[in-house]
Ligand binder design. Sequence first.
Ligand SMILES: [Zn+2]
Length: 435
Amino acid sequence: MTQTLVRGRLLSFVRRPQAIDDTASYRYEEDGGLLVEDGRIVAAGPYTTVRAEAAADAEEIDHRPHLILPGLIDTHLHFPQMQVIGSYAANLLEWLNTYTFPEECRFVESEHAARIARHFYDEMIRHGTTTAVAYCSVHKASADAYFAEALKRGMRMVGGKVMMDRNAPQGLLDTPQIGYDETRAVIAEWHGKGRNHVAITPRFAITSTPAQMEMTAALAREFPDLHIQTHLSENHDEIRFTGELYPDAIDYTDIYAKYGLLGPKSLFGHCIHLSEREADAMSEAGAVAVHCPTSNLFLGSGLFPLKALSRREKPVRIGVATDIGGGTSYSMLKTMDEAYKIQQLLGERLNPFESFYHMTLGNAEALSLSDHIGTLEAGTDADFVVLDAAATPAMALKMEVTRSLTDELFLLQTMGDDRAVRETYVAGKAMKAAL
Ligand SMILES: [Zn+2]
């Protein structure tokens, strides 16, 4: 088996940084080597050590002076919303009804779904994202297109056919039985094929009747290892409407809890306005709150208390994500730039090590996939990204006076986007150059 030896400055986290000077939370190699074989990292460390382990005929790729990090991970976005991004709307519910639902109706056509899937994966690679967790549309064809393209590119992707049976146009509704049957069919056809993971995906409580929620509960019982994704507590009008639809629930989170959807594989998009009781319930269940900063600012949804939720006595697990197309950028760098600003507005500091932890190992932990992705440890998938903090003239100028790794990471986060991604490796293969 041929080996590839990739040389550069390696940065990989081992746990969440407690403070800006918490150097034990990451491993950094100024002159590092990654040895890749058969889609996996087989050795990582100082270049000279790894060079000595490599086969004599190993192909060598030199990325110095750039940084090599684990591939970036996006834990919440909508694959059928690539042509919704940048739509002018006052708030969440108007944005859904005016732009998003009509656009998602088009995914009943397999050809359209396949075309957008190609663009979707091109953007992931262009932005250094090697794993993403996406909502497809209600149509099974959209999930087929999503997973077929992931398989073609060899990427580890999570996704699900959306279930929704009310409060949307006719073309976007299934029924409790159809939603159940088609989700089962998607699981049978795609879960575990290549690196695909299927997620149980009720859009949110507003668009699912109690009868459909019963069916999602049945799926969660039958397939306890699957991820579950939905939306929670994004916007005050949404929260009020949800309460009217489920008058017996104590609060929004309690609806999902009643149907057995609150667990360690559950990803809840937004969670901006949780009560203390809801945050406790999330924490006790090990459920994940997924922060989508560019979307929250764009739709005026609110300021997510990332730092406050993580330092509670009962901390809430946190993921970070773009939420395309409510979000405004495919870039996880831009995403954490906006996350930083939201914490600033809340009087909190989010240091650059925490930000890069969240984009990589943090999100892998949020997905319970850190044995495979989110690190450069030997034995994990060879998904990694090469970042250049001097990618644009303005960044290069600032790099002239940038002295530390901390400052370099912060510059990448503040000014970086797809131009700062020099290369994206998926299972050891350079993908960006091939776009
Ligand atoms: Zn969303």
